[in-house]
Design a protein around this ligand. Structure first.
Ligand SMILES: Cc1cc2nc3c(=O)[nH]c(=O)nc-3n(C[C@H](O)[C@H](O)[C@H](O)COP(=O)(O)OP(=O)(O)OC[C@H]3O[C@@H](n4cnc5c(N)ncnc54)[C@H](O)[C@@H]3O)c2cc1C
Length: 388
């Protein structure tokens, strides 16, 4: 089948350097990811070696200081990385890499001490360690302020007891940027610690079996009187919720940029298929209904790209408007990519149901886009608060 290349609209937000970086990531995806994703999807996790390869290629520390192996780039580069990783036919693989590079490390880059960065961030950027972000619990998802995993101060240590769930990279992370309750109930009693997973009392429960993103392991974690030094605290005690909320922007941007990459890939797959596949004496692409649906899909894609790139620019500039822009980008992206995945599935007829094509996997993978990193209901609430 001839491969169609989607004629991407130029983005005034991207420089030649960003486009050169896009080529680097695209080659990495073709060489190191796409040939392996079927096996990783079956295994329920990507190969650990992929982190080393991504680290060597400079993909795990884009926005972080060169002193720790990072590249000192901006959120536009994060967008480009996420867009290209998402085209590898396995969003789970992209999640596995970016849950480390953007979710677990972003707070450390801004709030950790030099010694903490040296010990955890630098090896994670090199791909030698795997990191996770541990916030969600069985009783606290959207309502982050309700977490109950307790860190009790005991001399020079914290003693941690509780449970986390739905943690990406959780079953094999070397460390977790972990939200714990060090004080009173509610938002002011939350702190963050760097939790080494070889700490006695820590146990991985089930590796959760889920609808999509199957090449990313998602874990249930148990903490039973886990003793870690008080020097593991990130930033100031009681400021954890503020650190978490102020870094959600990066996570939401990654999801919006994943959606952009996926829509490009799906439209390319759809154009190629429908140019070849014939019905009633001509190609499916000849039917006006499909030509117009492609026009709508491309418009949704470009609108999502603009929202995401605008949000990336504002976040890079530390503009307070970035928080709302990124909520709009993520809200729109989830709706857009879910509708495009459904259209492309429909376009492929019976073949769209077959696991030998990447279409069903994408259809499943994007279901979580309206949940992870803040649900669409929470995005609407955040946007509404800025309006009303
Ligand atoms: C594959 C996957 C990977 C994940 N990875 C991580 C990770 O690495 N680290 C981590 O900490 N967490 C992770 N999560 C957890 C994720 O952040 C939560 O699932 C998400 O925040 C929603 O929380 P919840 O599942 O508890 O849903 P709930 O908060 O129970 O929400 C249930 C429903 O109620 C709605 N709702 C809640 N509050 C409101 C409100 N105020 N107004 C209107 N509707 C509302 C929600 O939108 C949703 O539709 C992951 C989840 C998944 C599925």
């Amino acid at each position: 089948m001839p491969q169609t290349t989607y004629p991407r609209q130029p983005s005034s937000f991207l420089t030649e350097d960003h486009e050169a970086f896009r080529q680097t990531v695209s080659s990495f995806v073709e060489r190191e990811i796409r040939p392996n994703v079927d096996a990783w999807e079956r295994d329920g996790q990507c190969d650990r070696e992929l982190y080393r390869k991504a680290g060597t290629a400079g993909l795990l520390g884009l926005r972080y200081a060169e002193a720790y192996g990072g590249s000192d780039l901006d959120f536009m580069a994060t967008c480009v990385l996420a867009e290209e990783l998402a085209k590898g036919d396995s969003i789970g693989t992209a999640v596995a890499l970016m849950a480390q590079s953007e979710f677990a490390l972003a707070i450390l880059a801004d709030e950790a001490t030099d010694a903490q960065k040296e010990a955890w961030m630098a090896p994670a950027i090199a791909g030698e360690l795997i990191g996770a972000i541990g916030v969600s619990e069985p009783g606290a998802g959207s309502d982050v302020a309700a977490i109950s995993t307790r860190a009790r101060r005991d001399g020079g240590d914290y003693v941690i007891s509780g449970q986390k769930t739905y943690i990406s990279n959780g079953t094999r992370a070397d460390f977790i940027t972990l939200a714990v309750r060090t004080g009173e109930a509610g938002p002011k009693g939350i702190s963050l610690v760097i939790f080494p997973t070889d700490t006695p009392g820590f146990e991985v429960g089930r590796r959760l079996d889920k609808l999509g993103a199957r090449a990313s392991d998602t874990g249930e974690l148990f903490f039973d009187d886990c003793r870690i030094p008080a020097t593991s605290l990130v930033g100031e005690e009681g400021h954890g919720l503020r650190y978490i909320l102020s870094h959600f922007g990066g996570e939401r941007l990654v999801i919006a940029a994943f959606a952009v990459g996926i829509m490009e890939r799906l439209i390319e797959l759809g154009l190629s298929y429908s140019a070849e596949r014939e019905a009633f004496g001509g190609p499916i692409l000849g039917f006006q209904t499909w030509r117009h649906r492609f026009a709508e899909m491309a418009t949704r894609l470009e609108a999502t790209r603009l929202l995401a790139h605008q949000a990336a620019r504002l976040l890079s500039d530390h503009d307070p408007a970035g928080d709302i822009a990124v909520s709009m980008a993520k809200l729109h992206a989830a709706d857009a990519v879910q509708s495009v995945a459904a259209e492309i599935l429909q376009l492929h007829g019976g073949f769209g149901q077959m696991e030998e094509s990447p279409i069903p996997r994408y259809y499943r993978d994007v279901a979580g886009f309206s949940i992870g990193a803040g649900t669409s209901e929470i995005m609407r609430e955040l946007i509404a608060r800025a309006l009303i």
